[in-house]
Design a protein around this ligand. Structure first.
Ligand SMILES: Cc1cc2nc3c(=O)[nH]c(=O)nc-3n(C[C@H](O)[C@H](O)[C@H](O)COP(=O)(O)OP(=O)(O)OC[C@H]3O[C@@H](n4cnc5c(N)ncnc54)[C@H](O)[C@@H]3O)c2cc1C
Length: 529
C-alpha cells in the first residue's frame, strides 16, 4: 500500500510498513465524508510560475480534536491530506496516552458545537443518541459562582457533555469516513522541512520501526497540542523565537467517574462549585457532570497551593473543603467506577506567530499548539473549532505567497477572546505567575477586576445580564459586548432577583438523587437515602 495517494511526495529513506498507514474508506452507513472542492482539478497543487496558488497535499501534525477538524477542512480544499499521529487511534471510544486531559470533565460550548455541526452535520444528534447530554444554560446548571448561587434562568446557550473519548471518536470516525484522509498512526513528527521562507513538509519517524523520512506537503498544520515543539522547529529553520505569553495559576485536576443515581444523568442538572478569588487563598473547585451510560464525571481542581487529592482516600475528603457541600452530598453515597486521574495541565499559554515579521509559507498553527486556556472555563475545544473554521474560510481564497501568514492571523484572532477571558480571571487568584506582555494583563488590572466582580455579582441575579454573560462565556458573542453602552445600562438597571442561600434545586431533583432540604439536616447540608 502506498503511503498516500494521490499527492504526497515522500523523499529520503524507506517506505513505512503498511500497517501504520490507514486510508479510511467511506463504508456504507459510516457517516458523511467531506465534500470535494468544486470546480478544481484533482492532482498536484496548482502552480503559477513555480508558485503554489492552491495547496495540493496537506499534512496535519496531531490527530486529536484540532487535528481532525483541520484535516476535515483541508480535505474540503486540497487534493489529499495526511494526518500524522504519535498514538494508535482507537476504533472505539477509548482513552489513549496522547490525550491525558480526556480523563477530566469536558464541555463543548454551543460555539464549538455549532461549528462542528456546520462542518459535520448530524454530529450533535449522534452524540445525543449515544448518551451525551445537551445542557441548557442557565436552566440545567446549578452553580455556586465566586459571588453566590446563580439563579437558573431560562435557557440561552447550551453545552454538550459526554466523555472525551466518545466525543473524539464520534468526530474522528465521521471525518475519516470520507475516505480522503490518510492516517499515519504511531508516527511522530520530529521537525519541519524547508527553510525560513517556506515549509515544504515534515521530518517524521515511525515509532515501531524507528525509520525516518521526509514527507512533503504544500501546507503543514501543526495541531500537536500543548506539548507542541513548533517554536523550536521554527528557530531550527532560522526564524526568530515566536513570542509567548504565560499566565500560570498552577491549576491541577483530579477526576473520577461515579455511577449516578437512576435517571440523574438525564434529569438532574450539572453541578459546579467554584472558588472565590476574593478570599485570597488557593482556589478549590468541584464539578459533577452527567455523562453517557448513567455516569457522573466528578472533577476536583485547585489553584497553586490547593493540595489536589490524588489518592482515592483523599478524594471525598477534599469535597469537604469546597465552599459548599453539594458535591460531597451527591457523591458520598454513590459508587466510584474508576481510580483517581490527576493532572497539572491548567496553564494559560499563548503563542503569537502572527507577530513574526516573516512567517514561512506553507505552515499554520492551531488548537492547543497555538493557545491553551485554564480548562475551568471550558474553551479549548471551541477555540480550536474556531481556528478550523477560520482556516476553512482562508482556504476558500487563493492561497499563494503570504496566504499562510494571513491565515495564521485569522486563526490567532479567533483565540483572543478565550485567552483574555481565562487569563484575566486567573490573575485575580493568589500565587498566579503572570509572565504575559499582553497590556490587558499588565496594567489596570484592579479596575478590570472591580468591573468583573460587578458583572459576576449581577449576572447571577439578573436574567438579562446573565443572558449577555452566557453569550460571551459560550463564545457566541465577543468579549467586547461587555464594554458596550447597552450592557452598561443593563448592569445598572433594576430587576435583580434576591440572593440565593442554597443551591436552587427542585424537590423532584432532590428526590432523584436522595437529597433532603438543608433546613431539615443542618446548615452544611447532608444526604439521606
Ligand atoms: C483538565 C482539562 C479539562 C478540559 N476541559 C475542557 C472543556 O471542558 N471544554 C473544552 O472545550 N476544552 C477543555 N479542555 C481543553 C481541551 O482538552 C483541548 O483544548 C483540546 O483537546 C485541544 O485539542 P488539540 O487537538 O489542540 O490538542 P490535543 O488534544 O492535546 O492533541 C494533540 C495530539 O497531537 C499528538 N501529537 C503530539 N505531538 C506529536 C508529534 N510530534 N507527532 C505526531 N503527533 C503528535 C498527540 O498524541 C495528540 O493526539 C480541557 C483541558 C484539560 C487539560
Amino acid at each position: 500500500m502506498s503511503v498516500t495517494a494521490p499527492g504526497p511526495r515522500v523523499s529520503g529513506v524507506t517506505r513505512k510498513s503498511p500497517s501504520s498507514s490507514r486510508r479510511w474508506g467511506g463504508r456504507p452507513g459510516s457517516g458523511p465524508g467531506p465534500p470535494r472542492a468544486r470546480g478544481r482539478p484533482s492532482g498536484a497543487a496548482t502552480r503559477r510560475k513555480g508558485i503554489v496558488t492552491r495547496p495540493g497535499h496537506g499534512i496535519v501534525v496531531g490527530g486529536s480534536w484540532a487535528g481532525m477538524l483541520a484535516a476535515h477542512v483541508l480535505a474540503r480544499h486540497l487534493d489529499s491530506v495526511t494526518v500524522v499521529e504519535r498514538d494508535a487511534l482507537p476504533d472505539e471510544p477509548r482513552h489513549r496516552k496522547g490525550t491525558p486531559q480526556a480523563r477530566h470533565g469536558h464541555i463543548l460550548w454551543s460555539e464549538g458545537a455549532g461549528i462542528v455541526e456546520n462542518l459535520l452535520p448530524g454530529t450533535s444528534e449522534e452524540l445525543l443518541a449515544a448518551g451525551a447530554r445537551k445542557l441548557r444554560f442557565q436552566t440545567d446548571l446549578v452553580t455556586l459562582t465566586s459571588h453566590g448561587w446563580q439563579h437558573r434562568f431560562p435557557p440561552r446557550q447550551f453545552g454538550l457533555m459526554c466523555t472525551r473519548p466518545l466525543l473524539d471518536w464520534t468526530v474522528r470516525r465521521r471525518i475519516l469516513a470520507g475516505g480522503r484522509i490518510t492516517l499515519r498512526e504511531r508516527t511522530e513528527v520530529l521537525e519541519l522541512a524547508g527553510d525560513g521562507r517556506r515549509v515544504t513538509g515534515v521530518g517524521l519517524r515511525d515509532i515501531d520501526s524507528g525509520v525516518r523520512e521526509t514527507l512533503e506537503a504544500d501546507l503543514v498544520v501543526d495541531a500537536s497540542g500543548r506539548g507542541s515543539r513548533v517554536r523550536r522547529w521554527l528557530t531550527g529553520l532560522g526564524l526568530p523565537a515566536v513570542e509567548e505569553d504565560v499566565v500560570d495559576v498552577g491549576m491541577a485536576y483530579a477526576s473520577r467517574m461515579y455511577r449516578a443515581p437512576e435517571g440523574a444523568t438525564e434529569l438532574f442538572p450539572a453541578v459546579n462549585v467554584a472558588a472565590d478569588h476574593r478570599e485570597r487563598k488557593p482556589g478549590r473547585f468541584g464539578v459533577v457532570y452527567p455523562q453517557e451510560d448513567g455516569q457522573w464525571m466528578v472533577t476536583l481542581s485547585c489553584t497553586r497551593g490547593g493540595q489536589l487529592p490524588t489518592r482515592e482516600e483523599d478524594f471525598l475528603a477534599y469535597t469537604d473543603t469546597l465552599r459548599d457541600p453539594l458535591v460531597k452530598d451527591l457523591i458520598s453515597q454513590v459508587e466510584p467506577l474508576t481510580p483517581v486521574s490527576a493532572s497539572r495541565l491548567g496553564i494559560n499559554r499563548r503563542l503569537y506567530p502572527e507577530r513574526l515579521a516573516h512567517w514561512p509559507d506553507g505552515l499554520v498553527v492551531l488548537g492547543d499548539s497555538l493557545a491553551v486556556f485554564n480548562p475551568i472555563y471550558g474553551h479549548g475545544m471551541s477555540a480550536a473549532a474556531r481556528g478550523a473554521a477560520a482556516l476553512d474560510e482562508q482556504l476558500s481564497r487563493p492561497f499563494g505567497p503570504g496566504a499562510a501568514h494571513r491565515a495564521q492571523r485569522a486563526i490567532s484572532a479567533a483565540v483572543d477572546d478565550p485567552w483574555i477571558m481565562a487569563a484575566s480571571k486567573d490573575i485575580a487568584f493568589v500565587n498566579c505567575r503572570n509572565n504575559a506582555t499582553d497590556p490587558r494583563l499588565t496594567g489596570g488590572a484592579t479596575a478590570r477586576q472591580t468591573f468583573a466582580d460587578l458583572v459576576a455579582g449581577r449576572s447571577i441575579r439578573s436574567p438579562e445580564v446573565s443572558d449577555v454573560v452566557t453569550d460571551v462565556m459560550s463564545m457566541t458573542s465577543p468579549q467586547s459586548t461587555l464594554g458596550s453602552s447597552d450592557f452598561m445600562a443593563l448592569l445598572h438597571s433594576d430587576g435583580m432577583r434576591p440572593d440565593l442561600a442554597e443551591p436552587p434545586l427542585s424537590q423532584e431533583e432532590m428526590d432523584l438523587v436522595g437529597l433532603r432540604p438543608r433546613s431539615a439536616v443542618g446548615a452544611r447540608g447532608a444526604v439521606a437515602r
